[in-house]
Design a protein around this ligand. Structure first.
Ligand code: NIG
Ligand code: FE
Length: 411
C-alpha cells in the first residue's frame, strides 16, 4: 500500500542518492521542494516532486499536509540513554558553584551513574531506556546512536549493550551501539589505570565483539580521564576487532586527541568545545566528522563548539544531543538545532544539515536516513502549520512537530 503526502508546503532536505555528508560552505544550502508530494511504499521513500507532477497512484492512503512542512527525522549520533538514576543533586551543586570536574573528583559524575547502574537489572534498564527512546522519537529523532559507559566493569558494560541489542530488535528506527568502557576510571583503579585499560582491551572488548554488541568504540579522551596514549591503545584494539572509533575529545582541554583520532580513521570526534589550529588542520582532508553537542554546553555552562571556525575552514559539522543523566539530561534535537543557531551562529540551513545528513554520516547511516531521497527509509516528521523552516529554531524550547513516521508508519 502506498502512502501519499500531498500539498506539502515545503519538503525539506531533498537530495539525490549518494550524498554522504555536506561540507563547509555547502552546508548553507538546504535543498527543498515547495508545494510538494511525497510517496511511501514498504517502509521506503519511492517518489517526490511538485504537486503539478504528481503521478496517479491507485489505492493510496492520502495525508493532506496543507500549510505544513515535512522534514527527514533527526539523526542523533551521540547519546548515553541507558542509565539508571537521574543526577539532579549535581545540577544543584553546580548552581551553588561547583564545576563538573569538581563534582567528578568527589565521586559524583560518571562514577555516580555507574554505582546506580550496577544495582539495576537488564530488564529494569531496558524499561527505563525504552521510555527515553519513545520520548525522543516523538520529538523527531529517527536514527540514534547509544553508548555504554556507565558500567565500568565487564558485566555491567555488557548489560548496557545487551539493552541496546534488545532495543534494536524492538524498534524500527536504526540504532547503533558504541562500546564506551573507557568512560572513566573506577575508584579501585585510580592508582592503577593501566590495569583498567588492560581489562577493557583483554576482557571487555573480546566479549563485546564476540557477542556482536557494538559497531563503534569510544573513549573519554580528556585531562583527568583517558590520556591520548591510552585512547590510542584502546581504539586500536577496538579497530582490530572491527569497531570503528567515535571519540569524546576536547570537551575541556585540547591535548592532541583529535589528531590521534583522525590518524586512526575515527568516524567522528565529538564535543570539541575547545579546539586549536592543529586540531582543525588534522580534520582537514580527513573523513572524520566533527560533532558538536550544544545542549551539553548549555547545561554545563561551558563554551560552545566553535561551529563557525569549523565550517568556515571548509569542514563538515554534525549536531547531536549527548542525552545523558549528568551533562545533558535532554534528547530534544529541536532544542539542539535551535541552540546551534542561537549560540553557535549556525544558520538554520547549516543546523538542519548538521542534524540530519551529517548526523547520519556520523553513524555510517548516510545511505539509509538523513535526507528525503528515493530508496531511503521513510523516516520523516510533519510539522504543524508554520510560516517557514526558520520558525523551527526560532520557536526554541517548543516542538513544531505534529506527527512522526518511522519506516513509513505513524508512531
Ligand atoms: O558526553 N564527557 C563525557 N561523558 C558524557 C557525560 C557523562 C556524565 O556526566 O554522565 C558527556 O558529556
Ligand atoms: Fe557524550
Amino acid at each position: 500500500m502506498i502512502t501519499l503526502l500531498i500539498n506539502i508546503k515545503e519538503l525539506i532536505q531533498v537530495r539525490e542518492k549518494g550524498v554522504k555528508k555536506v561540507v563547509g560552505s555547502d552546508m548553507k544550502n538546504l535543498p527543498t521542494i515547495k508545494n510538494a508530494f511525497l510517496a511511501i511504499e514498504n517502509e521506503k521513500i519511492i517518489d517526490y516532486g511538485v504537486m503539478e507532477n504528481i503521478p496517479s497512484y491507485s489505492a493510496a492512503i492520502l495525508v493532506d499536509c496543507t500549510g505544513k512542512m515535512v522534514f527527514p527525522t533527526w539523526c542523533d549520533s551521540h547519546t548515553h540513554i541507558v542509565y539508571a538514576g537521574t543526577r539532579e543533586q549535581e545540577f544543584v551543586d553546580r548552581i551553588n558553584g561547583l564545576t563538573y570536574e569538581e563534582i567528578a573528583k568527589r565521586g559524583g559524575g560518571i562514577l555516580n551513574s555507574a554505582k546506580r547502574l550496577k544495582d539495576s537489572s537488564e530488564d529494569e534498564l531496558y524499561e527505563l531506556t525504552k521510555v527515553r527512546l519513545d520520548e525522543v522519537m516523538r520529538l523527531g529523532t529517527g536514527a540514534i546512536e547509544i553508548k555504554s559507559g556507565y558500567g565500568l566493569a565487564t558485566d555491567a558494560e555488557l548489560k548496557m549493550l545487551r539493552v541496546v541489542k534488545r532495543l534494536k530488535k524492538d524498534f524500527d528506527l536504526p540504532i547503533k551501539a558504541t562500546f564506551l568502557g573507557a568512560h572513566a576510571f573506577p575508584e579501585e583503579f585510580k592508582e592503577n589505570q593501566e590495569a583498567y585499560v588492560d581489562i577493557i582491551i583483554n576482557e571487555m572488548l573480546p566479549k563485546v565483539a564476540s557477542e556482536n554488541l557494538a559497531e563503534f568504540i569510544d573513549v573519554f579522551c580528556e585531562t583527568g580521564y583517558f590520556t591520548v596514549a591510552q585512547t590510542e591503545k584502546i581504539i586500536k584494539a577496538g579497530k582490530a576487532l572491527g569497531l570503528q572509533p567515535k571519540v569524546h575529545v576536547n570537551q575541556f582541554t585540547t591535548i592532541g586527541g583529535v589528531e590521534k583520532c583522525v590518524d586512526n580513521n575515527a568516524l567522528s570526534v565529538d564535543h570539541l568545545e575547545v579546539l586549536n589550529e592543529k586540531d582543525i588542520a588534522a580534520l582537514q582532508n580527513s573523513d572524520t566528522m566533527p560533532v558538536a553537542l550544544p545542549s551539553c554546553s548549555y547545561f554545563l555552562s561551558i563554551p560552545y563548539t566553535p561551529a563557525r571556525t569549523i565550517i568556515d575552514n571548509n569542514l563538515p559539522l554534525a549536531l547531536a544531543s549527548d542525552y545523558n543523566p549528568g551533562s545533558t539530561p535532554s534528547g530534544n534535537m529541536n532544542f539542539v538545532v535551535a541552540t546551534a543557531c542561537i549560540k553557535m551562529k549556525m544558520t538554520p540551513e547549516e543546523a538542519i544539515n548538521a542534524a540530519t545528513i551529517n548526523g547520519a554520516y556520523a553513524m555510517n547511516l548516510s545511505n539509509e536516513v538523513g535526507s528525503i531521497t528515493r530508496g531511503k527509509k521513510a523516516n520523516f516528521f510533519i510539522t504543524k502549520e508554520i510560516s517557514s523552516y526558520n520558525f523551527l529554531p526560532y520557536n526554541f524550547g517548543a516542538s513544531v512537530i505534529e506527527s512522526v513516521y518511522i519506516d513509513g508508519k505513524l508512531i
